[in-house]
Design a protein around this ligand. Structure first.
Ligand code: NDP
Length: 255
């Protein structure tokens, strides 16, 4: 039987692949056989990730990219096309979270969240999606969040929640537009995952206690547990899946 999870010969781009969840997504896709481009704001962590993948025998390229800027995303796309000749898989993972009450949220904080979490996903999907449509083939996985479907407790994060709801709806809209042109678009929505993003919250006794009470599994997820869900949606095993939002949250949204 064919191994539908095999990614040998595929080219994958992971935004924000230098650390956190993105780094384990890069490791997982490379481990499945893909050639990787790490599109990351910090050239140091991007290079570090690419070096690690190469040391493990994989093909990898670091591309300094600011997903907030359409010109930077276009440059990254051209660089990957020049290097590998095609892009089969795009994972839009770069994202930030902030915790402010709505009435105290400054304009620049709102804009910063929207520009990375929403504009960034749109620019990357548009630039890479164009190349995928030309070839009539591709799989896009956007990292949304359970916060796109529920309101977290107890921390305030309205802008983040709204940005992730936008990612889920943008994903569905692109999936519908491109479904008959060979390009699948899905999202993975993590619950609380052990990365830099959740570290501050875990150090706050009130937040940590509430989070643990509200997660049926009673623990944070690992970045690898998100990477495996991305692997599925990026692979041929998910050939009939498009426009779906795969929630991986230890049961959080079940209650
Ligand atoms: P981290 O903060 O650990 O990593 C975020 C990554 O995004 C970093 O590599 C960062 O690069 C990159 N990034 C930030 N801004 C830009 C930019 N302008 N251009 C390119 N890259 C950028 O976060 P996580 O790994 O925890 O989160 C990854 C994704 O998962 C995010 O979209 C997040 O919203 C989502 N998520 C995370 C959850 C969690 O509990 N951790 C829960 C639900 C969703 P740099 O190092 O240069 O800053």
């Amino acid at each position: 039987m064919n191994n539908l999870f095999d990614l040998t010969g595929r080219v994958a781009v992971v935004t924000g692949g230098g650390r956190g969840i993105g780094r384990d997504i890069a490791r997982t896709l490379a481990g499945a056989g893909a050639e990787l481009a790490i599109a990351e704001l910090d050239p140091g962590t991007a290079q570090d990730c690419a070096n690690e993948l190469r040391e493990n025998g994989h093909s990898a390229l670091a591309v300094e990219t600011d997903v907030r800027r359409a010109d930077s995303v276009e440059q990254m796309t051209r660089r990957v096309m020049d290097e590998f000749g095609k892009i089969d898989i795009l994972v839009c993972n770069a994202g930030i979270a902030r915790n402010s009450l709505v009435e105290n949220t400054p304009d620049d904080e709102w804009r910063e969240i929207m520009s990375i979490n929403v504009d960034g996903v749109f620019y990357c999907c548009r630039a890479v999606g164009r190349r995928m449509l030309e070839r009539g083939s591709g799989a896009i996985v956007n990292i949304a969040s359970m916060s796109g479907s529920i309101v977290n407790k107890p921390q305030p994060q309205a802008a983040y929640n709204a940005s992730k709801a936008a990612v889920i709806m943008l994903t569905k809209s692109m999936a519908a537009e491109w479904a008959q042109r060979g390009v699948r678009v899905n999202s993975v929505s993590p619950g609380y995952i052990s990365t830099e993003m959740t570290r501050r919250g875990m150090e706050n006794d009130d937040w940590r206690r509430t989070w643990m009470e509200m997660i049926p599994m009673g623990r944070l997820g690992t970045p690898m547990e998100i990477a495996h869900a991305v692997w599925y949606l990026a692979s041929d095993a998910a050939s009939y899946a498009t426009g779906t939002d795969l929630i991986v949250d230890g049961g959080y949204t079940s209650w």
